[in-house]
Design a protein around this ligand. Structure first.
Ligand SMILES: Cc1ncc(COP(=O)(O)O)c(C=O)c1O
Length: 460
């Protein structure tokens, strides 16, 4: 293929909006391990999951159908911002003086500012058609809460958001946006739940964590007698499935650009935006013999994939959420308050972990300061302030481009710009003021956390 020589934006028409989500479980050579009940440690039944989720989403969670039709009501709302542009970062290439070609899929153009509406919209839709009137959720950086608040508003569902306390304090505008869409937002841990009260009694000054906020949101839904369901913005298989629209569009757009990526990168918190861009390319590796490297990029402060242990652990801190097999830093993990709030989860999507463990995906950890340096280099070249989460993918993409330069290779690089950072300027201010520090999560803390794992019968 020859690269389209002078084009910068590769745009699909509204009629090219995907009609199907892609389900990697149809093609994955390594199906994820069963999900276990947090009490009995036996595989969960749909009945148990149905306390928290509507049946359509539970069925998607376990489906092995390759393509799952996107409901027309969901596609109608996707049309507010999809298909998203694929951009060739020509000015960044020039700045780096690299022979590599750098492309990025711009998910920051969604009304919420990130990829999160790709799953918030279908989750709200499936809850709506099953008669649910209210949803609870957690949010780290605020991007997920914003997306679910917006989607809840479209489908007339009340949304209750447990926002990690440090983000609640750092990001007042995120909270206001959620409230503008009619959501209620609480700084977690709160006094509203048994678990929140117990955490506050023990550690009143805690900055909170995603694990704690998940526990609170799950507790409220589980105790609501069916009035409220719970919604999760990452980790679960149905979330990864919904995000596949990113990669499906990118496949077509790379074709328009006349190139095919040698490497695809995305940042990982729970794994959904990376899986969204990478799994359709993994399908091409598995079924068409392509050899694209697929690289998940995480912070050195929360290195679930690169340093975590692949084992069964609880999905939340209170040990109320199901036990899943994943790369984990331990469910008690309370991360340092690094400025990429959305990457602070202790675990990682089980589907992604199984593929990483088997060698189909790569992972890399990048330090915070170098990540902000990359964010600024990208912003000054391309004009977009990236979300600090997305900046991890940018760091790794720039490193790929510099490596290609050193080796004199014409490498084609594609990364996912999962969101913009216009509401993250307090993090940038800390960076400008020299207040940010690099942080390596200590091995000793991981070793200690591994002594608190659930004891589960060894699975075949
Ligand atoms: C902009 C952005 N990118 C990435 C992430 C990480 O989540 P995931 O790994 O599920 O894509 C978040 C999470 O909040 C986010 O807000």
């Amino acid at each position: 293929m020859t690269a389209n020589s002078n084009q910068t934006r590769f745009m699909l028409n509204e009629s090219d909006l995907p009609k199907f989500w892609y389900n990697i479980n149809a093609d994955s050579p390594v199906p994820p391990a069963p999900v276990l009940h947090p009490g009995t440690k036996e595989p969960v039944t749909p009945d148990f999951l149905s306390v928290l989720f509507p049946m359509d989403l539970i069925l998607q969670e376990i489906s092995t159908e390759r393509f799952i039709e996107i409901p027309e009501e969901v596609r109608e709302i996707y049309k507010l911002y999809r298909p998203t542009p694929l951009m060739r970062a020509r000015r960044l290439e020039k700045e780096l003086n690299t022979p590599a070609h750098i492309y990025y899929k711009n998910e920051s153009v969604s009304p919420a500012g990130s990829h999160k509406p790709n799953t918030a919209i279908p989750q709200a839709f499936y809850n709506k058609i099953s008669g649910v009137k209210a949803l609870t959720t957690e949010t780290g950086a605020g991007q997920w809460g914003t997306a679910l608040a917006m989607a809840g508003n479209f489908f007339d569902i009340d949304v209750e958001v447990y926002m990690v306390k440090v983000s609640y304090q750092q990001k007042p505008y995120r909270r206001l946006i959620m409230e503008a869409f009619g959501a209620q937002v609480f700084a977690s841990p709160t006094e509203r739940t048994n678990f929140g009260r117990s955490v506050l009694a023990e550690t009143p000054e805690t900055p909170g964590s995603l694990g704690i906020a998940i526990s609170e949101a799950v507790e409220v839904a589980a105790m609501s007698g069916g009035a409220k369901k719970y919604s999760l913005g990452s980790v679960l298989h149905h979330v990864l499935l919904h995000q596949s629209v990113i990669g499906e569009e990118a496949l077509k757009q790379m074709d328009m650009a006349g190139e095919y990526p040698d490497v695809v990168l995305g940042c990982v918190g729970g794994g959904s935006n990376f899986a969204g861009i990478a799994f359709p390319f993994l399908r091409m590796n598995l079924l068409e013999g392509r050899q694209t490297r697929l690289v998940a990029v995480e912070p050195t402060a929360t290195p679930s994939l690169t340093k975590g242990v692949y084992t069964f652990d609880y999905g939340d801190t209170a040990m109320m959420a199901p036990i899943v097999k994943m790369h984990t830093l331990g469910h008690g993990f309370v991360p340092p308050p690094i400025h990429a709030g959305g990457l602070r989860y202790h675990g990682m999507a089980p589907t992604l972990c199984a593929l990483y463990d088997a060698g189909y995906l790569e992972a890399k950890a990048v330090p915070q300061l170098a990540t902000f340096d990359a964010a600024m280099q990208f912003a000054r070249a391309e004009g977009i302030i990236p979300a600090p989460e997305s900046a991890h993918a940018i760091r790794a993409a720039i490193d790929e481009a510099l490596d290609a330069k050193q080796k004199g290779e014409a490498r084609v690089i594609l990364f996912n710009l999962s969101g913009h950072g216009q509401l993250d300027m307090s993090s940038y201010q800390a960076y400008f003021d020299g207040k940010l520090k690099d942080y390596e999560y200590p091995e000793a803390a991981i070793k200690d956390a591994m002594t608190h794992l659930p004891q589960v019968p060894v699975m075949a």
